[in-house]
Write a protein that binds this ligand. Structure first.
Ligand SMILES: [Zn+2]
Length: 254
């Protein structure tokens, strides 16, 4: 009898240990599967590179606002806010991280070297008439650029011009511009940007979908005052981040 009890107890323990082993195994497998799916989802986005280009810098101050605001400082501040919003999802590269001179060629070179998934250059507009202000999103004008001497890259098929590098992304750049316009228009910042094709030097040669966002005219007193407020900068950065995310999630035309 005593032996039967011992046998039953031993079998009970064996069953318990067996079930425990199965449970631990299932838990381990579930944990590993969850971690794997999280990692793969994260790496899909983290592998994307967003190049943010704060305009001007150093001796190049850009537009000056009525209260002395400088475009180069607003661009840098806005780029920093945008980086903060995007950093947990994408790898963000800034073409300028402080107040120093950076040429258009250096900005383009940095963007291409980092293998960017898209390029957004940030600028303010300016006008003699202070009542003028307009948001604009610029894409490179197809075929409308003079190619500087010696500005040539190359691929397996031989040398190609810097112009061609952006031209082959024309469709995707136009799509990015539309996504950005839609997100800015929906945002509470009351931006209603127009899309403009222009021979912007900093877009020529960028080998990825690329736009230049002109966030109103800094010479306009209300615009300048708005951009001196942190909350407004954050709202603009939020709308820009939505445009970027929307482009990546809903169709890259390339
Ligand atoms: Zn500018």
């Amino acid at each position: 009898m005593k032996r039967d009890i011992n046998t039953r107890q031993r079998r009970g323990w064996e069953l318990f240990l067996c079930l425990s082993g199965v449970a631990v195994g299932c838990l381990l497998a579930w944990t590993m599967a969850s971690a794997k799916s999280f990692d793969s989802a994260k790496s899909g986005d983290a592998a994307r590179v967003v190049v943010v280009d704060p305009g001007h810098g150093g001796k190049d101050k850009g537009v000056k606002g009525p209260e002395g605001q400088l475009e180069k400082n607003v661009c840098r501040a806005l780029a920093g806010k945008l980086e903060d919003l995007l950093a947990d999802r994408y790898r963000v590269v800034l073409t300028r991280t402080g107040d120093y001179d950076v040429s258009a060629a250096q900005r383009v070179s940095r963007a291409n070297h980092e293998n960017g998934g898209l390029f957004v250059s940030l600028h303010a507009g300016g006008a003699f008439r202070r009542s003028v202000s307009q948001w604009s999103i610029y894409c490179l004008r197809p075929g409308g650029n003079e190619e500087p001497e010696g500005d040539r890259a190359s691929d397996d098929r031989g040398p190609i011009s810097w112009n061609s590098l952006q031209q082959r992304h024309a469709g995707a750049s136009a799509l990015l511009a539309r996504k950005m316009r839609d997100c800015l228009s929906r945002a509470p910042i009351r931006a209603d940007p127009q899309i403009v094709e222009a021979p912007a030097a900093v877009l020529r040669g960028v080998d990825m979908p690329a736009i230049l966002v002109e966030y109103g005219y800094l010479t306009h007193p209300k615009t300048a005052a708005a951009f001196s407020r942190d909350t407004y900068l954050e709202a603009v950065a939020g709308a820009l981040a939505n445009g970027i995310t929307d482009f990546f999630q809903h169709g890259q035309g390339d």
